[in-house]
Design a binder for this molecule. Sequence first.
Ligand SMILES: Nc1ccn([C@@H]2O[C@H](COP(=O)(O)OP(=O)(O)OP(=O)(O)O)[C@@H](O)[C@H]2O)c(=O)n1
Ligand SMILES: C[C@](O)(CO)[C@H](O)COP(=O)(O)O
Length: 267
Amino acid sequence: MSDTSRPSPSGTGPRALADGRTQPLGSGARTAAVIPAAGRGVRLGPGAPKALRALNGTPMLVHAVRAMAASRAVSLVVVVAPPDGAAEVKSLLDAHALPERTDFLVVPGGQSRQESVKLGLDALPPGYDIVLVHDAARPLVPVDTVDLVIETVRGGAPAVVPAVPLADTVKEVDPAEVAGAAETVVATPVRARLRAVQTPQGFERGALVRAHETVTGEVTDDAGMVEQVGLPVVVVPGHEEAFKVTRPLDLVLAEAVLARRRLNDGF
Ligand SMILES: Nc1ccn([C@@H]2O[C@H](COP(=O)(O)OP(=O)(O)OP(=O)(O)O)[C@@H](O)[C@H]2O)c(=O)n1
Ligand SMILES: C[C@](O)(CO)[C@H](O)COP(=O)(O)O
């Protein structure tokens, strides 16, 4: 099979195959996680920036950092803090127990999620061939999901998203009427073919960097940017506990999940 080589920013990355997949990176590939945590959390209501709000007494961001560091494959976590809050976030992480095998970096974020992820990527040192991007707002993702995403990138996928089927039927509405007093349905996509995608999304580093350097315009996730540069995105099973804390009711659900985990763990 013919293939073309494409250097990764670390200089140690994989070769891109003609179909956009990459040759397997192998188990030696080092993995870093970028956690965008610079959002305000407007939909959660008034209060501190969302990532700093507590879930059972511990800031959501600390839960999210621990969720990434729980994977033995993740050796660096880059936290993208609110633009004026990097020092506060650094102190917060210093004050909470985190695995010793994992290094941490904190950088200030930007005005959009996309900009914050790019700032995190820019801060990544060389030597990491796989990059996870994980919302601070998904604090409870289980380690098995994180590991599955990493394994799939190691196996040669340039981009991987964990996803779950939808419970609701989804309607597309007339774009001219979006957020108006009334909206008209223009289509009903076949639900069985739709997936709700979660994070961490995993990437071969070169693919993600290229996407962030070339794609402009509104995007709501990083895999969508990789799609736009023409690379395949592989879907793996997500997890119901990887839901995004977006509205006040999600906080109630997150605390219930933590309570159930404590019961199951017997403390
Ligand atoms: N300028 C921004 C906006 C968002 N995020 C991060 O992107 C993730 C997903 O965003 P979302 O859940 O929408 O968070 P917020 O933007 O804080 O929420 P809202 O839209 O309700 O304000 C969050 O971890 C958030 O902190 C970020 O790093 N920088
Ligand atoms: C990246 C994401 O979590 C995938 O579902 C989602 O698109 C983030 O959206 P948000 O509006 O920035 O929370």
